[in-house]
Design a protein. Sequence first.
Lengths: 309, 245
Amino acid sequence: MQKYAVETCGLTRRFGAQLAVDDLNLLAPEGGVYGFLGPNGAGKTTTIRMLLGLIRPDAGEVRLFGAPLAADRLSLMRMAGALVESPSLYPHLTGRENLEVTRRLLGAPRGLIDDALGVVKLAQDANRRVREYSTGMRQRLGLALALLNKPRLLVLDEPTNGLDPAGIHEMRDLIRRLPVEFGATVFLSSHLLSEVEQIAGHIGIIHQGRLLFQGTLAELQAQRREHLVVGVKQSEQAMRCLGAAGWGAQRRDDGLLAVSAATPDAAARINSLLVSQGMEVFHIALAQASLEDIFLTLTGGRNETRRAA
Amino acid sequence: MSLIRVLHAETLKLKRTLAFRMIFVAPLLVAALQFMVVWNQRRPGADFNLWEMISKASLSIWAVFMLPLLITLETALINGVEHGEKQWKHIFALPVPRHAVYAAKFLTALALAAASTLILCALIVVVGLALIRLRPDLPHAGAIPFVWILKHAAFVWLASWLIIAIHIWVSVRWQGFALALGAGISGTFFAIFAAAARVGKYYPWLLPVNVFMEERFTMALLLGAVGGLIAAVIGCVEFVRRDVV
């Protein structure tokens, strides 16, 4: 039986009238990298805060390694490490002292500090004050704090935010090594598909608080191909026409239509359909792999099934 | 057990901070002021008693003014380090119960206030001995009233627990110094008006100085210490339930 490091059932959270997370059912298998993908404001951070018990869900439950978080947060948090948004560091203390604060809070052995410094390659700068650290070093120290207790589950919220390309590359390498070297499960959130794609085996996509897709990277790539971008002068009319013919079509920000079909045959049929109705088609192409297109395909696909049902 | 771990971590966070330096600076200011006052005394009256004067005056200034401001500053500083980079979210994702985190903050503030008050006691003795040496013309001072000083310092400290509880809650709840300092300064400021009024008996910022008044002594200790503990528990309950965003 497949074991899950993170499991949520019907997880829901509102802020006032706004539904931040809506009936979320996540399944992150043990021992890999799970990429939690969505645009800013989709509900990623709210979800992560609920996974760590920082905020309480209005409905639903979080299970870590099969055990409900609400019942025994403290012992589950012993197995978890987290880096949520920007790292939480004390600028007036050195890197080593920052780790020592967390070590004392954990009641963990002293030796773990040097291990963590070694993993994130900060041993050289450990005795400098964090005030003097670069963004990349701060982010690595934040990761070291999360890694300190050798967690079985590592929760990282946008870990490459604000890093330069070299820093991103370094962080990505580090994250990729974690499951292999420590047997940890990494739950990683990002708004960049390109980033998640390179390190995650499983992916969940969240949009407006709802889970749009969950599965392996291969499954996502299969979804991605079924997508055409069509440019028509009469886009309103074209959307109605394509909808009536059974293709989900969504208008993108740039005015082009995203159509949930991607075979050459379908492209030809769509073209002749639109032209035969007197519309002027100026663009038909396979979609580039942008996250926005995937969202549109996924939401478009959903509208289609709803219509069919 | 977890409380000891959190307290242990708190001590490290104080390293190189203004919060730590202030426990020396605040009593030094009061002692220096006291030294100047007596030093400039031209013609002491017949009833002049050096030890009584400097210990009572120093502890009163401490109780009515310096200690409340020190508490304002210390609580704002020890909680300020957690707001700066949103450390709460890191701490609360660790296997540490939230009430232990709150209790540790309260106990740290109590300890800082106690340490600073003890330093003041030592400085009172130093100032007294220095004045005996430097002003041989002053009437004979008699023995150092160690017991009186320590006993009243302890009363002042106990009566200040309610202010400490209020300030811990304010500075945990809201980030930024403005609100915490505003609360402390207005609390101390209104104490001037409350002092003469009947309400002064219950006014939190007056409790430490009320221990020097016979008719207000019991209420000052009771409301200060017991009320402080109750207020700390209420603050803690609110803190434990809150979302950490």
